[in-house]
Design a protein around this ligand. Structure first.
Ligand code: IMP
Ligand code: MG
Length: 182
């Protein structure tokens, strides 16, 4: 069911049903790729939490989950892409099959930093799964093995994505009325 949109929402890009359907498809793809193995899902707080829990339920190989959070110092003009880990994983990922789960990959700086950091910890394999991919704004190239939706160059909220920490709990993905002013 479509809940009434918040006043700052311009239009719905993907409905709750479309999001659920696509997550189920990607979950099935992931299950096939990792068949016979165990998978560790790593979520980036807080944006990927909604996606990660939905994705985990649509994967039918055994999964473990762990979370980290990052702070970005990015001033988009002077120093783009400066990221550090604010809360680290609870457990080691050595020898594990690891899937980094992101809400959105935009410039790619965050994902690149996380991939480099995680790769240095000796996982058996390391791949990326993102709910949204905005390739038109990519600055650094990173491999994205699984993606639900490719989106246009508009600021979006919902399904974990926020505008000033609001709207993460919308069950659809929507474009904001006012262009990115975060
Ligand atoms: P990147 O390092 O430029 O790829 O930025 C990724 C991060 O920027 C995401 O994890 C989000 O927190 C944030 N972000 C980028 N675009 C959007 C958007 O349209 N809505 C909400 N957050 C966004
Ligand atoms: Mg954010």
């Amino acid at each position: 069911m479509l809940k009434p949109a918040a006043p700052e929402i311009e239009r719905i890009l993907y409905t709750e049903e479309q999001v659920q359907q696509r997550i189920a498809e990607v979950g099935a793809e992931i299950s096939e790729r990792y068949r016979g193995r165990e998978l560790k899902l790593i979520g980036v707080l807080k944006g990927s939490v909604f996606f990660l829990t939905a994705l985990a339920r649509s994967i039918d190989v055994p999964v473990r989950m762990d979370f980290l959070s990052i702070s970005s110092f990015s001033s988009k003009t002077t120093a783009p892409g400066l990221v550090r880990i604010a809360k680290d994983l609870d457990e080691s990922i050595e020898e594990e099959d690891v899937l980094l789960v992101e809400d959105i990959i935009d410039t790619g700086f965050t994902a690149r930093y996380l991939l480099q950091t995680l790769a240095a910890r000796g996982p058996n394999s390391l791949a990326v799964c993102t709910l949204l991919d905005r390739t038109c704004r990519r600055i650094v190239q990173i491999p994205v093995e699984f993606r639900c939706f490719e989106i246009p160059d508009r600021f979006v909220v919902g399904c974990g994505l926020d505008y000033q920490q609001l709207y993460r709990n919308l069950s659809y993905i929507a474009v904001m009325k006012h262009e990115r002013s975060q």
